[in-house]
Design a protein around this ligand. Structure first.
Ligand SMILES: C[S@@+](CC[C@H](N)C(=O)[O-])C[C@H]1O[C@@H](n2cnc3c(N)ncnc32)[C@H](O)[C@@H]1O
Length: 297
């Protein structure tokens, strides 16, 4: 990460060291001096805001995150999430530019990290749930929302006639392309892609994707609109025991079981399957989740 100014880069590196050593106040001073040299540098503004938050200077941090957003209105570093956590107001969903950047950077080590470190199992859990609800036959048209590098597609391929997928992050989609299992892959937002589907599908899946969306209203209505009658929507979410949905410090949303039950009714689905499931770990501990299969009614 470079500001384009050598002196500013040196100051920035020094600030990161101070921050790493736990002296957030001193790091914030050095970052403020850095920004005197490169006032428009978005990454520098973001680092200052994060450091102020670490120093416990909540209101200065809020102002600094807002200042960052004027330099990067698309919010590729996720200031909206930080602001939501600081002000305790859950955003409806994550900034698209932030997710794209996060997963583009993650793509080269995604599968190794997920499968080996996080014990990721969402695709096999969803495949088993789909097999339970509809044991036989092929789905003529299946669509994979937030397909990533194609792990869900692999789990589904033998039960799908035509298989499409969409993901926000181009580098993740390239990973999916390399597997040669999708008939069509798109880069973009899943809600827009689902609404633009030429023909309706009889199966849609979202494995570990709705954790990046708080309010599920738009995605549920879009899926319902483009599913055939009796078509299935299989997905996982992270679970929390309160009401509605909450944003966690690890920048993932959790949804309550009642929220999932209510959204099924609102979007005209019946619930064919809804079970507690652990599809990954978070910091070495099983993350509580839900696996669901909704049927369009
Ligand atoms: C944890 S990965 C899971 C990938 C894949 N489903 C799997 O099981 O391996 C989450 C993926 O969702 C994608 N994503 C998140 N929000 C999205 C959105 N609104 N539209 C499309 N893709 C999205 C991310 O880019 C990322 O690739």
């Amino acid at each position: 990460m470079s500001s384009g100014n050598l002196t500013a880069d040196r100051r920035f590196a020094y600030a990161l060291l101070l921050r790493r050593d736990g002296d957030a106040e001193a790091a914030a001073d050095v970052l403020a001096q850095t920004l005197e040299l490169v006032p428009d540098w978005a990454e520098g503004r973001f680092a200052l805001a994060e450091t102020l938050a670490e120093a416990g200077r909540k209101y200065d941090a809020i102002a600094a995150f807002e200042n960052y957003l004027t330099a990067d209105p698309a919010d590729s570093m996720g200031a909206a999430i930080k602001l939501a956590l600081l002000t305790e107001a859950a955003p409806k969903q994550m900034p698209e530019a932030y997710l794209r950047r996060l997963f583009d950077e993650y793509a080269p080590r995604f599968e190794k990290a997920l499968l080996e470190k996080l014990r990721y199992r969402a695709p096999e859990i969803l495949r088993a749930a789909i097999d339970t609800v509809q044991p036989d036959g092929t789905f003529a048209r299946a669509f994979d929302l937030g397909c990533g590098t194609g792990l869900m597609g692999m789990a589904l391929r033998d039960r799908a006639g035509w298989l499409g997928g969409v993901d926000l992050a181009p580098a993740m989609v390239r990973g999916a392309e390399d597997k040669n299992i999708y008939d069509q892959l798109l880069v973009g937002d899943m809600v827009a892609a689902v609404l633009a589907l030429g023909e309706p599908c009889d199966l849609m899946v979202a494995a570990d994707v709705l954790t990046y969306v708080g309010d599920l209203t738009d995605v549920m209505h879009a899926v319902r609109a483009r599913l055939t009658s009796e078509g299935l929507f299989a997905f996982t979410v992270q679970r929390h025991e309160g009401d509605g949905f909450v944003l966690g410090a690890e920048h993932r949303f959790s949804h309550s079981r009642t929220y999932i039950e209510d959204i099924a009714a609102t979007a005209q689905f019946s619930i064919s399957y809804l079970e507690n499931a652990v599809s990954r770990q978070e910091k070495g501990v099983d993350a509580p989740g839900l696996a669901a299969v909704f049927r369009a009614r």
